[in-house]
Structure formats: structure tokens, C-alpha cells
Ligand binder design. Structure first.
Ligand code: 0X9
Ligand code: ZN
Length: 435
């Protein structure tokens, strides 16, 4: 059964994975984005093969109904001569990236090597959610917000990325002091280009803190019942690279000993069922490269250690891995397409509740389901680990806005941050007090 026709992860056909920070940034100027009608699986496979000769970035892998693809200007003629059945989704991807406002080709990549180097500034306001920001500014934002909530929060250096950036967790607690309750645990920006995930995680964080400071009854009860561990950017190197090198970068930036291709897909590197075939790639040039061994990346090593601690301390009540795009609420499992999580009914009931709370804001549809079969097989993902190893009671991957590549895909205009974040805050206002 396939509930969702659309699969959002991009796979450059001519691999952008070969771009290193020393190489020329890619602006995507003049790239056109197309949706090609494939008229079924067999023809979809044929068309996918034809497209492999192009300098292009493919937006989806489930090619039964359509293929969405960004084609480089030099290959537009070749593409048109293929006489496919298509519509144009974006006349100029580079222009959309410029309009989004967060990509600065070849820009500054300096960063703090310790949180102590950052001095707190003013408490942030909601204008933060009207633009995208650099990795360094996100670090500063965490420092500023923590300083405005000093009795109930701390910043934790969870570890360092391959290039030495800090993976930061904001820990929040309520009236019982820190470490008294089960964890609510969020990871944002595991896939570097999924910028909306950083902003939505921060918006939810901001709402929790400001509503607690205002003595809001619901949020006071929530924060008095859980310890929150919030990591808006778990893939700092990849994220920094999307701001200066390649806006559509997905993986981390780990170098391979014997390939010029860079990066491991962190959501295929978690050390649980990692070796299972079919849901990840063994090729370093692939967008879903699983890494050389289970959990071998700096980032996943640090995140596993941190997650193990949370699991051992008071347990994990709810884990959410925030991604984009497709508007889905995905339960495990990704490694298997015929296993259900032991508490499937309860998790689905909650996911349906979240979807209906979201719907009430402005009629946006989020669809609950299982990673496999409803999306696709994905092995070495965080939610499988959290469910079975971390013993999280709720373990979800939420794919944020938009619903499809036609509506901007990974390049969601900054004006959409607040509306998207408000949708999900409604969802969290249902989940957190109910779960
Ligand atoms: O393929 C993925 O990693 C996720 N989709 S995305 O388009 N954002 O890349 C889905 C992941 C499903 N969840 C896990 N397997 N953890
Ligand atoms: Zn993702």
C-alpha cells in the first residue's frame, strides 16, 4: 500500500556531493524545476534512466506517478528534446533561493568552538521567525534565549561535528528542577537543506519558554511534567554548507577515505539494524550513503551517547525528528515494512490528534502513517533507534511543509515560516498535554 505518492529526498544525478567547501559554490541560477508525469512504475523507471544523463537534481525517488527534477541551464535543450509530459514548477531555482534570503555563496564560515565564547544578548522576539539565519546566529539565539530563562534551562554541548562545530542542546525543566522527569526530545536539521525544521523547532521552543514565563496554565503543566531536550541543528556542518556552498546539500560533511564524494546521510547511520539491505546506500556518492560502519560519524556518535543518557536517566517520553517536506507524521519502522511498533494504536491515535489540531489552524493537511510502507524503506534512521533502543514511548519523524516539491520543496519562502510554525505549535499543544 502506498499512501503517499511523493518522496521528498533529493538525489543529484550529477552529484553535488563532489562539491567541497573549497570548490565553487553552486547558485542554481537558471535551473528549472519540472514535474514529469511518469504514467506508472514501468515508464517511471525508463524516464528516470533517461534523466540520468542530465546535470540535474532529482527531488523524489518514488517515480510511479511523477518525477520532480531541477535541470541545469546547459541541459535544458536536451531535456526538452526528450519530449516528456511535464509542467514547469519553478522557472529559476536560483532566483527562488535568492528570494529566500539565506544563501550567501562563498560566505563566512567561522564559528565558536565553545559555547563559552558567546555572550548573551537581548531576549529574542518573534521577528526571528520572519527570516532564515546562519548557523552562527542560531547558536547565538540559543545563548540569548537560555539567558532569558536562567532558572529553568541550561545549554549542553552534546558533541562536535566533523568540522568542529558544536552540537548544542537546550535543556528546559519546570518546578521540580532539572532531571526530575521523562524527556521530550527534538532533533532539527538532520538533513542540512531542510531549513524549515530549524525554525519550527525554535518556534515551539520559544512558545514553551514565553508561555511558561507568562504562567500559561497548559504550558506550565507541561514543563512541570517533562524535561525538554531541544537540538535545533544536529547537522551543523551540512547546515553551514547549505548557506555558503550548496543550498540543496543533504548529508553531513564527513570526508571518505577513498572517494572524492563527501558526506554521510545521518538518518542512515544510526546503529540499529544498520546493515539491513534496501533502505540505505553503500555508495559514498549517494544521498542516502549509510557510512562506513554503524554510527561511525562524529555527529551520530555524539547523539547516540546523549540519547543513551536520556534513556537511562528518566526515559524518553516523546522523540520527534523534524524534517521536510511532504506534511507527514511518520511512526517507525523504516527498517521493515511489515512490523508495527508495539504501541502502534496509541501512537497512531496521538498522531491523528496532532493532524486534526493542525488542520484547525488553516486547514493544512498532515497525514499520519508508518515510515514503511507508507513512505519508503529507510534503514539506520533515528526513529527506529529511539523506538527500540532508546525505548521512547512516542518516536516520530515529522515531515514539515510544503506538501510537495511543486510548492517550493526545500525552498520555503521566509514568509511561510510563521504560518508553518503556528500549524505545528497547534499540533504540539495537543500532543504535549495529552500524551
Ligand atoms: O529519508 C529520510 O531520511 C526522511 N525523509 S526526508 O525526505 N526528510 O529525507 C524520512 C525518514 C523516516 N524516518 C526514519 N527512518 N527515521
Ligand atoms: Zn529529512
Amino acid at each position: 500500500m502506498k499512501l503517499f505518492a511523493f518522496l521528498p529526498f533529493l538525489a543529484p544525478l550529477v552529484s553535488a556531493a563532489a562539491i567541497s567547501s573549497a570548490e565553487k559554490p553552486i547558485t542554481y541560477d537558471g535551473y528549472k524545476v519540472f514535474r514529469i508525469d511518469t504514467h506508472g512504475r514501468a515508464r517511471g523507471a525508463v524516464i528516470e534512466k533517461m534523466l540520468q544523463g542530465l546535470k540535474a537534481v532529482q527531488y523524489n525517488y518514488d517515480t510511479d506517478t511523477n518525477i520532480e527534477i531541477a535541470v541545469a541551464p546547459e541541459d535544458l535543450g536536451k531535456f526538452e528534446r526528450m519530449r516528456l509530459d511535464f509542467e514547469v514548477l519553478d522557472e529559476d531555482l536560483g532566483a527562488s533561493i535568492r528570494a529566500e534570503g539565506g544563501f550567501h555563496p562563498g560566505g563566512e564560515q567561522r564559528f565558536a568552538s565553545s559555547l563559552n565564547q558567546l555572550r548573551p544578548g537581548a531576549f529574542p522576539d518573534e521577528s526571528w521567525f520572519r527570516a532564515y539565519h546562519s548557523f552562527n546566529d542560531h547558536q547565538q539565539w540559543l545563548v540569548d534565549i537560555q539567558a532569558g530563562f536562567p532558572e529553568n534551562s541550561e545549554l549542553i554541548e552534546v558533541g562536535k561535528s566533523f568540522e568542529g562545530r558544536i552540537i548544542t542542546a537546550l535543556h528546559l525543566w519546570g518546578k521540580d528542577g532539572k532531571d526530575a522527569h521523562k524527556a521530550v526530545y527534538w532533533h532539527g536539521t538532520v538533513h542540512a537543506r531542510e531549513w524549515i525544521s530549524t525554525m519550527v523547532v525554535e518556534y515551539n521552543t520559544y512558545q514553551i519558554i514565553t508561555n511558561y514565563l507568562k504562567n500559561d496554565t497548559t504550558i506550565t503543566k507541561v514543563l512541570d511534567s517533562y524535561d525538554f531536550y531541544i537540538l535545533p541543528v544536529v547537522n551543523p556542518d551540512g547546515f553551514a554548507h547549505t548557506q555558503t556552498g550548496d543550498r540543496l546539500w543533504r548529508k553531513n560533511r564527513l570526508k571518505h577515505p577513498s572517494s572524492s564524494c563527501i558526506g554521510t546521510d545521518m538518518n542512515r547511520n544510526w546503529p540499529y539494524k544498520w546493515e539491513t539491505t534496501g533502505g540505505s546506500s553503500t555508495s559514498p556518492c549517494s544521498e542516502t550513503f549509510r557510512g562506513l560502519s554503524a554510527g561511525n560519524t562524529d555527529e551520530i556518535t555524539a547523539l547516540v551517547k546523549f540519547s543513551e543518557k536520556l534513556a537511562a536517566k528518566n526515559g524518553i517520553k516523546s522523540y520527534i525528528d523534524w524534517h521536510s517536506f511532504s506534511q507527514l507524521i511518520l511512526l517507525p519502522y523504516g527498517y521493515s515494512c511489515n512490523e508495527h511498533v508495539p504501541n502502534y494504536e496509541r501512537q497512531m491515535e496521538l498522531a491523528r490528534g496532532v493532524a486534526s489540531a493542525i488542520k484547525q489552524v488553516r486547514k493544512t493537511t498532515f497525514t499520519p502513517g508508518e515510515t514503511c510502507p507508507d513512505l519508503y524503506k529507510a534503514v539506520g534512521g533515528s526513529t527506529d533507534w529511539m523506538q527500540d533502543v532508546g525505548k521512547a514511548e512516542i518516536s516520530w519523524c515529522i515531515e514539515l511543509h510544503p506538501s510537495g516539491g511543486g510548492a517550493n520543496g526545500f525552498i520555503l519562502p521566509a514568509s511561510q515560516i510563521e504560518p508553518a510554525a503556528k500549524d505545528l505549535w497547534a499540533g504540539m499543544l495537543y500532543l504535549l498535554p495529552t500524551m
